[in-house]
Design a protein around this ligand. Structure first.
Ligand SMILES: *Cc1c(COP(=O)(O)O)cnc(C)c1O
Length: 416
């Protein structure tokens, strides 16, 4: 499907009068409509709740928009918990799915009354020294082996550091039950960025069966099953996007077949989506500052991998639209680069684009999740601003750009 920016060249020309490129901009309307579709797709389950994976886009303004749509936060660190607290999410709307967890993180999670998801069986004893157990806790499951959908291997849980083995799950349930815990949820995350409607239903089937077994073995009440993240987006124009209604219906079928006959029709379905919630609703807007002709044709942008790491880190595809040239033929071939002293600082290699001129504005698509948040300061590059395109068409600054002073702030103790 053709990828259309949610912003025009005219809008960008207005915005840069106040906020220079590069910047990430988010589409409030798109975010809200997508959140409502997700809720509707799971409306068959009265307890359904999405906990937005904060690490994908840790901006409290965006988290607040999601909160208004009934969405909570999935946190995995101290500062992510602080963000959830900043927007005044009640504890039941905060999921704490961490691993290798420091004591102070558990302490804050307990203080905020978040739902604590234990990644490892040893964390139960570790936690007990820090804070009292709640009536409701959660355990993260890793089934091991390969995770397959039909004959396609999606990922290798056996190689993943997360979660407990099947025997450890039983042991953890009994251990927590002994300590007075009444309700224990189950969580699992087995494959990332899946572009198939079958990921959640397949995972759900596995977790529902495991839940029935665990309930039978331990007698513990299971209040929720957390399908976590992993529902992906179509980064490439030739990919078919997931249909959240088909996904919701697939999970419902598994629920009716497995949980309801086992007398577990009160189980709430939780999700912890990050990418699916925001990726398509963010663009990185950047300007062409150089053109270079050597053995290849290079376009040099004012953004670099420090603003969007996925292409450099994973070789990930991010679609590019040259704003104002949407109708022109893509009859040129360019490498699109940033200015880091790293040869992998390329947003695209051998990308077909229209004829590009210095001063053109590029829209790099699908940067709304795992975009700004993966940024870093390598080569002394500064983090960009984040802007919100509001539903009424106005533009709001939701994070200012860093200045050199920010970059040097942690050196103050040198007293030079
Ligand atoms: C990263 C992560 C998510 C979100 O993953 P997406 O691929 O962005 O949906 C959810 N839960 C946990 C525990 C994670 O680590």
């Amino acid at each position: 499907m053709e990828k259309k920016p949610f912003i025009t060249l005219e809008q960008v020309k207005e915005i840069v009068k106040e906020y220079p490129t590069p910047f990430h901009i988010y589409d409030e309307k798109g975010i809200r409509e997508n959140a409502r579709r997700l809720k509707e797709a799971f409306s068959w389950n009265p307890g359904f709740r999405e906990y937005f994976a904060v690490k994908a886009t840790p901006n409290p303004y965006l988290m607040k928009i999601l909160k208004e749509e009934g969405i909570g936060a999935d946190c995995s660190s101290y500062t992510e918990l602080v963000l959830a607290d900043t927007i005044e999410l009640p504890g039941e709307n905060i999921m704490f799915s961490s691993n290798v967890t420091p004591a102070e993180d558990f302490q804050l999670a307990a203080q905020l009354d978040a739902i604590i998801n234990f990644d490892d069986i040893t964390h139960i004893d570790f936690y007990e020294k820090i804070a009292p157990f709640k009536e409701t806790m959660c355990c993260r499951f890793n089934p091991g082996g390969k995770f397959q959908i039909h004959n396609t291997i999606m990922d290798s849980p056996q190689d993943a550091k997360y979660g407990m083995t099947r025997p450890q799950m039983t042991e953890a349930f009994l251990k927590l039950k002994n300590k007075g815990v009444k309700h224990i949820g189950i969580h699992s995350f087995l494959a990332s960025n899946t572009v198939t409607n079958e990921y959640y239903p397949t995972l759900a089937r596995l977790l529902f069966q495991t839940a029935v077994e665990l309930r039978n073995e331990t007698g513990v009440h299971i209040p929720f099953i957390n399908l976590s993240g992993g529902v992906g987006v179509a980064y490439r124009p030739d990919q078919e996007a997931n249909d959240i209604f088909v996904i919701g219906e697939g999970v419902r079928k598994a629920y009716e077949e497995i949980l309801v006959p086992a007398g577990m029709g009160d189980v709430a379905i939780f999700t912890e989506l990050g990418r699916f919630m925001l990726a398509p609703y963010g663009h990185l807007i950047t300007q062409v500052i150089h053109k270079k002709h050597t053995y290849k044709e290079y376009i040099g942008l004012d953004a670099c991998a420090a603003n969007l790491m996925r292409p450099a880190m994973y070789g990930a595809y991010h679609h590019i639209t040259v704003l104002g040239k949407e109708g022109m033929p893509c009859d040129q071939m360019y490498d699109v680069t940033g200015g880091l002293c790293e040869n992998n600082d390329k947003f695209a290699i051998d990308r077909e684009l229209p004829v590009v001129e210095i001063g053109d504005y590029f829209c790099i698509h699908d940067t709304g999740a795992h975009g700004f948040s993966m940024g870093y300061n390598y080569n002394g590059k500064l983090r960009s601003a984040e802007l919100l395109l509001c539903e009424d068409g106005s533009v709001k600054l939701i994070r200012r750009a860093e200045t050199p002073k920010d970059y040097f702030a942690t050196l103050d103790f040198l007293g030079l």
